[in-house]
Design a protein around this ligand. Structure first.
Ligand code: NAP
Length: 497
């Protein structure tokens, strides 16, 4: 794997080429070291206008390409991404501080698999078969590309979040303007470059960097886009929705989460302990589906807390380039301060810090895996998104209480239930309000299945055929099959003929 040296990069990719942008200078910082990874000039609202105009101009031609042609470009993109995997990995590690194992085995191959899935799916987009729902007509459904998609993505999985938003839109025949988080633009810019090399027509995929307040606002509220999709926090998602609503644009929002991790008394305790640590610490806990609220049967509670504390204590925190590292830093120093402040307030609200709660003596934005037991149901650490390597634990009395606690949140993105009882598993999967419920596991995702939440976690789906609903229109075509001038239904208009 190559490493990323601090270079000045163009801040946007518009109409098939890197475009130097005119905004303020910005430094991409490696959170593992504090070193500058790259510098670029932020995009401006004028760059957003140029990107949207390029997308608008390119979209009809792309939509008119045959599904096979669109699939061909996406298959080529997947091949080129695989050929440039080392670049994507190096950039993801440098800009996020991701452990190299995670970038190598999850972020990059997962993104490539997603492109491959949609390359195939592009060819079986279809409306419903024609039928005569009225005796005098044949009805059929046509699906069409919705047009130009504006999308805004977060910093936790920059490449995967870009792929989840961009690729189904491209497969459906849309053109896209994407704004990545300003602290992690590298892999999104590389994705656009590689897509152009794969044969994607100029203007079909455009990237504008820049801050959310400036460029994000301009993009979400742009008059000349058709759909606004967003992955990020619930608060910003609502602002994005409000900006898009000014023009009546369709939105899709993938927002925050506070996933319950319910351990019933018949669970395999070792599996639950192992799963809780993995589910809480993946990507330093900066995962919207991460296990954050362990809700554990009273009989297992003490053993669960002791077991999780012990496994967390052995987690290797350090250099993301070292394949033996388990946990990298948080994505920025500012975010580490936010996580540390939330943890430091937890004991005032009754939480007991079992392990962690400190930053290790390392130069980067690191934070030790943290387990907080006995948290109060109304405490900040239990209710609000921390987005760090922090797991809270509470006990429950019976199954009703467990499921009540699982649903006692405004969020509804993901959840897991740990049990060997098939009826309990069925009940949990039925009654927990979330876009995904895992049974005896927590975190795995696959391209064929949808990802997306309910409640304050947003609406609409990424991945899978379900995501096409965001990017396609539905048109009813109703054809007369009688051939007569005086149609039967005309009697409702012409009384005396
Ligand atoms: P964030 O602060 O909401 O930012 C997300 C994106 O929105 C960034 O590109 C940001 O730009 C931009 N933005 C900020 N203010 C904006 C505004 N007023 N108008 C338009 N865009 C604006 O989220 P984050 O801190 O990057 O990511 C963490 C959050 O994402 C967590 O809440 C997590 O749960 C959520 N997330 C959800 C999913 C899911 O699938 N449901 C997946 C991953 C992450 P700048 O950062 O450049 O200012």
């Amino acid at each position: 794997m190559s490493s990323v040296s601090a270079t000045h990069i163009p801040g946007s990719w518009i109409n098939g080429a890197a475009v130097p942008t005119g905004g303020a200078p910005f430094e991409v910082i490696n959170p593992a070291t504090g070193a500058v990874v790259a510098t670029y000039a932020l995009a401006t609202p004028a760059d957003v206008d140029a990107a949207v105009a390029a997308a608008r101009a390119a979209q009809p031609g792309w939509a008119a390409a045959t599904p096979a042609d669109r699939a061909g470009v996406l298959f080529e993109l997947a091949e080129l991404m695989a050929a440039e995997a080392d670049t994507f990995i190096a950039e993801e590690v440098a800009q996020c501080g991701k452990p190299v194992r995670l970038a190598t085995e999850f972020d990059v191959p997962g993104s490539i698999d997603n492109v491959l899935f949609f390359a195939g799916a592009a060819r079986h987009l279809e409306g419903k078969a024609s039928a005569e729902y009225s005796a005098d007509h044949t009805s059929s459904i046509r699906r069409g590309a919705v047009g130009v998609v504006a999308t805004i993505t977060p910093w936790n999985y920059p490449l995967q979040m870009a792929v989840w938003k961009v690729i189904p839109a491209l497969a459906a025949g849309c053109a896209v303007v994407i704004k990545p988080a300003e602290i992690t633009p590298l892999t999104t810019l590389t994705l656009a470059r590689v897509a152009t090399a794969a044969g994607l027509p100029d203007g079909v995929l455009n990237v504008v960097t820049g801050s959310g307040a400036d460029v994000g606002t301009a993009l979400a509220g742009h008059r000349d886009v058709d759909v606004v999709t967003f992955t990020g926090s619930t608060g910003v998602g609502r602002k994005v929705m409000a900006a898009a609503a000014v023009h009546g644009h369709r939105t899709q929002l993938e927002l925050g989460g506070k996933a319950p991790f319910v351990v019933f008394e018949d669970a395999d305790l070792d599996a639950a302990i192992q799963g809780a640590v993995a589910g809480a610490l993946i990507n330093s806990g900066q995962d919207c589906t991460a296990a954050t609220r362990a809700i554990v049967a009273r009989d297992l509670y003490d053993d669960f807390v002791a077991g999780v504390g012990e496994v967390m204590g052995k987690i290797v925190v350090g250099d993301p380039h070292d394949p033996d590292t388990d946990l990298g830093p948080l994505s920025s120093f500012a975010h580490r301060e936010k996580v540390a402040a939330m943890v430091s307030r937890a004991p005032e609200q009754g939480g007991r810090i079992v392990t962690g709660g400190v930053s290790p003596d390392l130069p980067g934005a690191f934070y030790r895996p943290t387990l907080i037991a006995d948290v109060a149901e109304d405490s900040e650490i239990y209710r609000d998104e921390v987005f760090g390597p922090v797991l809270t634990v509470r006990s429950f009395t019976d199954d009703d209480d467990a499921l009540r606690q699982a649903n006692d949140t405004v969020y509804g993105l993901a959840a897991s239930a740990w049990t060997r009882d098939v009826y309990r598993a069925q009940r949990a999967s039925r009654e927990i309000d979330a876009g995904c419920v895992w049974i005896n596991d927590h975190i795995p995702i696959i391209s064929e299945m949808p990802h997306g939440g309910v409640g304050a976690s947003g609406f609409g789906k990424d991945m899978s055929d379900y995501s096409f609903e965001e990017y396609l229109t539905i048109k009813h075509v109703m054809s007369d099959i009688t051939g007569v001038a005086e149609k039967d239904w005309h009697r409702t208009i012409f009384a005396k003929r």
